[in-house]
Design a binder for this molecule. Structure first.
Ligand code: ATP
Ligand code: MG
Length: 323
């Protein structure tokens, strides 16, 4: 199969040093992110989604004591780049939107100043006036009214949903090849969440980059993404085109996640289904299939670790039940 990979992640392993031992947060992760693709990363809390996103940005925390494998980005080996080179990449080719926009917005500067700074490495020749004009146009595009006046406002003068729109504008002003959105709507109520998801989807049709969308919800991912990777305890257990994965979910963990989705038609207050049991210990990672402990379909063979097995074209699941 021909892959037009913008990002190729091969056998990525990330270990964190902690007082309780080494946390094996990512183990043998393989993923291709195509040009202009939209890919969702889904999994329970602690499955490694943010670690993977941060590795892509070259922003792993300092206690990431061992990082091995390969991440190539447009042919460049990300893991071999110097901090300065990574910083250049982040200002021009990779951008990120976080769950809490206040972590990325500086409370003491106006939006105008921050939106101008965000574009400097991308457009070093443009003057402040031109950069402000670009910023205002982008604010209008993400649905902020009266954008020129808003440029002199401070982050705290915006609601949570508006701040997330500002973050999206800031990210897109760099015209990135890849936009990583790590649970950008978790802090918002469902109506605003739906609006932001809609906005990201519309913007993707206009901008030339790829989107990596991190979420707990397969439902949200299916709204924006063409591809999905299901993560469990530091591994990708199933991945493929959204359509194929929804029509033929093949890993018991994916099935369990699907069962947890709340149907919008459900009564408000209906209890969210959860998967019995918890994530395995990532310090002493158990042998065999990582999901075996919680898996309703486990059998003797699961004592061995299953390799990814092909379900359909581009769709694989690491489960012995896949024929
Ligand atoms: P969430 O949905 O809660 O954001 P996640 O899927 O993003 O979860 P990560 O934050 O990537 O999960 O964490 C993966 C694992 O690595 C977890 O066990 C977490 O406790 C551990 N971990 C993450 N960062 C560190 C760190 N700096 N030091 C030690 N362990 C860490
Ligand atoms: Mg996370």
């Amino acid at each position: 199969m021909e892959t037009d990979g913008l990002v190729e992640i091969r056998n990525l392993n990330v270990d964190f040093g902690t007082d309780n031992g080494t946390v094996h947060a990512l183990r043998d992760v393989n993923l291709t992110i195509g040009r202009r693709s939209t890919i969702g990363l889904v999994g329970e809390s602690g499955s490694g989604k943010s670690t993977l996103a941060l590795a892509l940005l070259g922003l792993l925390p300092e206690n990431a004591e061992s990082v091995s494998g390969q991440i190539t980005f447009g042919g460049e080996d990300l893991l071999a780049l110097k901090p300065k080179e990574l910083q250049r990449l982040r200002g021009t080719r990779i951008a990120m939107i976080f769950q809490d926009p206040m972590t990325a917005l500086n409370p003491v500067f106006t939006l105008g100043t921050q939106l101008v700074d965000a574009q400097r490495s991308r457009h070093p020749r443009l003057g402040r006036r031109e950069l402000l004009a670009r910023a205002a146009r982008m604010l209008a595009r993400v649905g902020i009214s009266d954008p020129e006046a808003r440029l002199s406002a401070y982050p705290h003068q915006f609601s949570g949903g508006m701040r997330q729109r500002v973050m999206i504008a800031m990210a897109l002003l760099c015209e990135p090849d890849i936009l990583i959105a790590d649970e950008p709507t978790t802090a918002l109520d469902v109506t605003i969440e739906a609006q932001i998801v809609r906005l990201l989807k519309d913007l993707h049709a206009e901008f030339h980059g790829s989107i990596v969308f991190v979420s707990h919800s397969l439902g949200l991912i299916s709204e924006i993404c063409d591809e999905v990777a299901v993560m469990y305890a530091g591994k990708i257990v199933e991945s493929g085109p959204v359509k194929s994965l929804f029509s033929n979910p093949s890993h018991p963990y994916t099935l369990a996640l699907l069962a947890c989705e709340i149907d919008p038609a459900d009564e408000p207050g209906e209890r969210l289904v959860t998967i019995p049991g918890g994530l395995p210990d990532l310090v002493n990672v158990p042998a065999g299939c990582i999901f075996a402990d919680r898996c309703p379909s486990r059998f003797a063979k699961c004592a061995e670790e299953p390799p990814p097995r092909t379900v359909a074209s581009g769709h694989s699941a690491a489960c012995w039940l896949v024929p």
